[in-house]
Design a protein. Sequence first.
Length: 157
Amino acid sequence: MPASHPISRPASQGLTIGEVANRTGLAVSAIRFYETYGLVAPVKNGSGHRRYDRSDIRKLSFVMIAQELGVSLRDLGVLMQTLPKGRAPTRSDWTAMATEFRGDLEARIAKAERLRDTLDSCIGCGCLSLKNCALYNPDDQAAQAGPGPRRLIDPSP
């Protein structure tokens, strides 16, 4: 059945893993893998087959986008545990979860903006803690804050 057609079955029966895969574009194995992190929790029918709620499509879509932003599966698992079990999340449920996620997302945005704005100036500190950089890191002052692109990791020094 093409993914663009609605699935006609009583909501109580849920969606098969194949149907969820079709709707999300995820491989069945990826969906099972996400289950191990608590990102979705299907119920099993009398035959032992997984059945997913339609809201799991939205949850998995959120996971896919968050992963593209570099959010770890462990962090997503913790975050997704704030959503209700046994019913579709409401707008207020998503809002509460988004509030938890907002700070992390803002920090990621700020880091991406710093990268964008400093990319043409040698990435971060100008020399990645080499011994000398007269332009951005004279006398290798950034090395005192630690290794790596210090001005991207922590722009305050």
